[in-house]
Structures are given as C-alpha cells and as structure tokens.
Design a protein around this ligand. Structure first.
Ligand SMILES: CC(C)(COP(=O)(O)OP(=O)(O)OC[C@H]1O[C@@H](n2cnc3c(N)ncnc32)[C@H](O)[C@@H]1OP(=O)(O)O)[C@@H](O)C(=O)NCCC(=O)NCCSC(=O)Cc1ccccc1
Length: 154
C-alpha cells in the first residue's frame, strides 16, 4: 500500500472538498490509498454519530452516496495516474469530477463501526474513468456503486 493517500497528493486548490479535502476545516478528511499495484483503492472511515438516519442506529443513505462520491473521484485520479505509469506524489494528480453515480443499498449500514470503501477500475481513458465500488462492514457488503468520473478541464 502507498504511504501517501491520493487526497494528500491533490494540488492545494483541489483540497477544499467537505468529504476529502485535507484543507477543509470541519470536513471528513477521507483518505484513499492505492493497493494491489494500483488496481484497487481502499478507504477506511468511521462516520460521526450525527449522520444516522432512516433506520435508527444506521447510516444515512445520502451520506453513503457522499462517501462513494469522494472515494470514487480520488480513486479515479489514482487509477488515471497508474494508467500513465506514474508514481503517486504530491501535486502530480489530475482531478476527476463525478458525472454519474448510481448506488445500490443492499442492507442497512451500522453506526459506530469502521467502514471500508473499495474501488476498482472498469475503464480508464484520457477523458474519464468508470469505477465499481463497495462499502463493507467487516465481511458484509452493505452498498455498492458505479461511477463515471470525468477529468477536470479547469
Ligand atoms: C465535467 C462534466 C462532468 C462533463 O462535461 P464535459 O467536460 O463537457 O465532458 P463531456 O460531456 O465531453 O464527457 C466526457 C466523457 O464523459 C462521459 N459522460 C459525461 N457525463 C456523463 C454522465 N452523466 N454519465 C455517463 N457518462 C458521462 C461522456 O459520454 C464522455 O465520454 P467519452 O469520452 O465520449 O467516452 C460536466 O457535466 C459537469 O461539470 N457536471 C457537474 C459535475 C458535478 O458537479 N459533480 C458533483 C460534484 S463532484 C465533487 O464535489 C468533487 C469535486 C469537486 C471539485 C473538483 C473535482 C471534484
């Protein structure tokens, strides 16, 4: 596993996101790491208690979508770098933005436990990345997602 997270390698101007911006004062500061020789990306997080909703003691669905949103765009940037044969290092990343995100909620996701997000690439081109993702608690997958992330022109 890389010691540096993908988000730590974003340029400063791209570090303000609520979910994953390392410069956001109150955000989640998600960190996604390339694993399996760059063929997957993993993020571990334990959501704050206030993000419960729907079924009591379970995680709010919109929050689950936002975890996929942030982990997915970071993973897209990482997979793009890998596709170019470049190593992860500060200020080396293109930034990807979510164009399409679909989520299947398979079973309620409990509060107070560490969650694991995993992304794998389906297709990476010069313009976009298509990814599959899962959200798991221990061995149980509670949600899965598919994303199209487009490389930012700005
Ligand atoms: C930039 C873009 C996503 C795409 O427009 P353009 O640049 O003109 O790109 P173009 O249309 O040329 O397509 C290129 C390729 O992509 C494909 N494709 C495109 N769309 C879809 C689709 N829906 N579904 C499926 N595929 C789609 C399209 O077919 C084409 O494929 P091809 O290469 O022919 O095979 C624009 O619609 C937009 O800004 N949307 C709002 C995004 C937003 O607000 N997201 C939520 C906030 S994200 C956040 O918070 C994090 C963040 C913050 C800051 C920074 C970074 C991250």
């Amino acid at each position: 596993m890389n010691e540096l997270s993908i988000q730590e390698c974003y340029a400063a101007r791209f570090s303000h996101c609520f979910g994953c911006g390392q410069s956001h004062p109150t955000g989640l500061h998600l960190r996604s790491y390339l694993v399996d020789n760059g063929q997957a990306a993993i993020c571990h997080t334990t959501p704050p208690d206030e993000y419960t909703g729907g079924v009591p003691d379970n995680l709010y669905g919109g929050f689950i979508a936002s975890l996929f949103d942030c982990h997915g765009t970071a993973s897209a940037a990482g997979f793009y770098l890998v596709s170019k044969g470049k190593p992860l290092a500060p200020d080396t990343l293109e930034r990807f933005i979510t164009a399409h995100l679909e989520v299947d909620f398979l079973s309620p996701t409990p509060m107070g436990q560490e969650l694991t997000l995993k992304a794998t690439p389906i297709e990476v081109t010069d313009r976009k990345a298509i990814l599959e993702m899962t959200l798991s608690v221990g061995e149980r997958t509670t949600a899965r997602a598919k994303m199209v992330a487009v490389k930012c022109k700005f």
